[in-house]
Design a protein around this ligand. Structure first.
Ligand code: NAD
Ligand code: UFG
Length: 338
């Protein structure tokens, strides 16, 4: 039996495939290669030392997905595939709703057709919206999201909850990620954004290798310890290991489960800059700019539910996240090869 990993060649998916296979779980990947390179498949294989099946398939292609379920023995699905850039989603809402929401509906329909009712979904801390106060707890009301990307995550959570209400045989795990950064220790896998990075860590690493001349810090007048935005950065390998726990959870029992995957600790933008400078020995020049629209001052998790129910906790600290991000970027200045 295998786990079907949609979006499994992307940043979080690739690290998760490695940890699943390291845990002895067979994986089958479906990815349309929209936001990744095929060479990430080779890197995963090299790290785990064995082959696994990859299908170049769009999750909106019901026939293609059905073919995977026909050929493979799929026990459960980890669903990463989706578009994730907040700013782009404001420009292209229809593309985001189509890819993320329609794609998920098609995936769920095919799963149901093949009697596969176990899914782990990549949700986001963004579903807590603008008004909940950190530390964010799973029982808080979600919604109030301010951009189309976030709304796709909120809508998919609603769809999955309704699905479980309609049929209690499903086993559904919603994982709300905080801010994944870092890379595999080997330096062979990491985050490889297209164009100008939207997120803090890839921007910093590109300044460090000289691709960008400075970082713009989006606001220093927030109500935080140094005025810059505070987030809960989590090492991508810890996040990947959270998926191993979650997939075992859905394999073992039916239900609807919701977990934050974060460290429970908030760091400011300037804390991250300092930690990165220490880890890399590189100076990161920065300028203070205006606030970025839609940003909140502070966002960090209460991570105790995942510890209590899954036995999972993030083990890797900010220094290690920075060291590993830097190793990946410095060894692969242009990301994955074409
Ligand atoms: P990513 O872009 O690196 O990976 C997503 C993968 O899905 C890519 O390989 C892409 O080619 C593939 N994909 C996209 N649309 C597809 C489709 N229609 N059919 C098949 N494959 C498709 O992103 P990531 O950072 O690894 O994020 C994975 C998931 O986690 C996403 O759903 C994202 O929204 C969610 N998430 C990410 C973050 C973050 O900060 N990285 C935070 C919270 C949630
Ligand atoms: N920041 C800068 N300069 C930059 C980039 C970011 O100062 O060039 C700041 C932001 O203002 C924020 C912090 O760095 O205070 C983190 O920003 P990111 O863009 O890295 O991350 P966000 O918290 O804004 O959003 C991320 C994902 C979203 C997801 C959210 C919660 O991009 O998809 O985490 O999971 F919804």
């Amino acid at each position: 039996m295998s786990v079907l990993v949609t979006g499994g060649l992307g940043y979080i998916g690739s690290h998760t495939c490695v940890e699943l296979m390291n845990a002895g779980i067979d994986v089958v990947v479906a990815d349309n290669l929209y936001n990744c390179k095929k060479s990430s498949y080779d890197r995963i294989k090299a790290l785990v030392g064995r082959d696994f099946k990859f299908y170049e398939c769009d999750i909106r292609d019901a026939e293609g997905l059905s073919g995977i379920f026909e050929n493979e023995s799929i026990e459960s699905v980890i669903h990463f595939a989706g578009l994730k850039a907040v700013g782009e989603s404001v420009e292209k809402p229809l593309e985001y709703f189509d890819n993320n929401v329609t794609g998920t509906l098609i995936l769920l329909d095919v799963m149901r057709k093949y009697g596969c009712k176990k899914i782990v979904f990549s949700s986001s801390a963004t579903v807590y919206g603008m008004n909940n106060v950190s530390p964010l707890v799973e029982s808080m009301e979600v919604g109030g999201v301010t951009n189309p990307y976030g709304r796709t995550k909120f809508m998919i959570e609603c769809i999955l909850k309704d699905l479980y209400t309609s049929d209690n045989e499903w086993s559904i795990c919603l994982l709300r990620y905080f801010n994944p950064i870092g890379a595999h220790k080997s330096g062979t896998m990491g985050e490889d954004p297209n164009g100008i990075p939207n997120n803090l860590m890839p921007y910093i690493t590109q300044v460090a290798i000289g691709k960008r001349d400075h970082l713009t810090v989006y606001g220093d007048d927030y109500d935080t310890h140094d005025g810059t935005g505070v987030r809960d950065y989590i090492h991508v390998v810890d996040l990947a290991l959270g998926h191993v726990k979650a997939v075992n959870k859905v394999a073992g029992e039916s239900g609807l489960f919701i977990y934050n995957l974060g460290t429970g600790i908030g760091y400011s933008v300037l804390d991250v800059v300092k930690a990165f400078e220490k880890a890399s020995g590189k100076k990161i020049p920065y300028e203070i700019g205006p606030r970025r629209s839609g940003d909140i001052a502070t966002c960090y998790s209460d991570a105790s539910k995942a510890l209590n129910e899954l036995g999972w906790r993030a083990e890797r600290g900010l220094d290690e996240m920075c060291e590993d991000s830097w190793r990946w970027q410095s060894q692969n200045p242009n990301g994955y090869p074409d």
